[in-house]
Design a protein around this ligand. Structure first.
Ligand SMILES: [Zn+2]
Length: 260
């Protein structure tokens, strides 16, 4: 479904899912490395949750065992199993934003690794402990997370697992959404949450959404990271800035001037 995520009710058209997203669930659940160009420098594992098809990522510099857990969702046992297979002792839990499908696994991660700080953008921290604001109440499965240990803002830098992540505030889908960009890597790697997807964008009809802000976040921030920058989105397959700049039906070149 992806109903917390994608541009389902966006007024402009289009298929909601890139072809790769309809690959078999077993295939998608299979942990993989979507960033071939970083195979020698980074370990990137993806665990996709069943209900909302949300991507949790585990990322570290190759050889390190203190990587980050990004947006642990509704199948925390799969994430824990993957971490065990890696033998990691994670250095932090990063949340791109406070929606339930991205934070549902926070409690299980904190229970296992209490010393790993839970980090989220300052504008979305209150969603962690508010089932109405994190949209879980509306689904009848109220979810709360432990509170944030640290909040971050534009320009903050986090050295975690051998990677320096820069915080970019990217409001629009959620008012306090941030992405984490590894600016020192070539190409840049971005933990993108629900801002820009392969062939789509984050939905903007939620209570604190702002369509114009989403477009600005994508065009003014993500599109400046370079065409070869890799986006690891919260739903669906990895993509690149160049591909989306050229072909994305919502924010790509073909759509320029079509926004009100
Ligand atoms: Zn979301």
């Amino acid at each position: 479904m992806g109903d917390l995520a994608g541009a389902g009710r966006w007024k402009r058209p289009v298929r909601r899912q890139a072809p790769a997203m309809v690959a078999s669930r077993a295939a998608r659940r299979k942990v993989n490395n979507p960033v071939q160009s970083h195979r020698s420098t980074l370990v990137i594992r993806v665990v996709t949750s069943t209900l909302f098809e949300e991507n949790a990522y585990l990322v570290a510099r190759t050889g390190r065992t203190d990587g980050v857990i990004v947006d642990p969702g509704l199948d925390p046992e799969l994430i824990l199993a993957e971490l065990d297979s890696l033998g990691w002792n994670p250095s932090a839990i990063l949340n791109t934003h406070g929606h339930a499908d991205h934070i549902a696994g926070n409690a299980a991660m904190k229970q296992r690794w209490p010393a790993a700080p839970l980090i989220i953008g300052r504008g979305d921290a209150s969603k962690l402990t508010d089932p109405a604001a994190n949209l879980s109440a509306g689904f009848g499965i109220p979810i709360t997370s432990p509170p944030a240990d640290q909040t971050v803002r534009e320009g903050d830098e986090l050295d975690l697992g051998g990677v320096r992540w820069r915080v970019l505030e990217t409001p629009g889908h959620s008012s306090g959404h941030v992405v984490f960009a590894a600016m020192d890597l070539r190409p840049v790697v971005v933990l993108g949450g629900d801002v820009l997807f392969a062939g789509s964008v984050g939905r903007t009809d939620l209570p604190d959404s702002d369509p114009a802000a989403l477009v600005a976040s994508i065009r003014d921030k993500l599109f400046t990271l370079g065409d070869d920058a890799v986006i690891l989105p919260g739903h669906g397959p990895a993509t690149t800035i160049g591909r989306e700049r050229r072909t994305n039906p919502f924010v790509g070149e073909g759509s320029l001037g079509s926004w009100d």
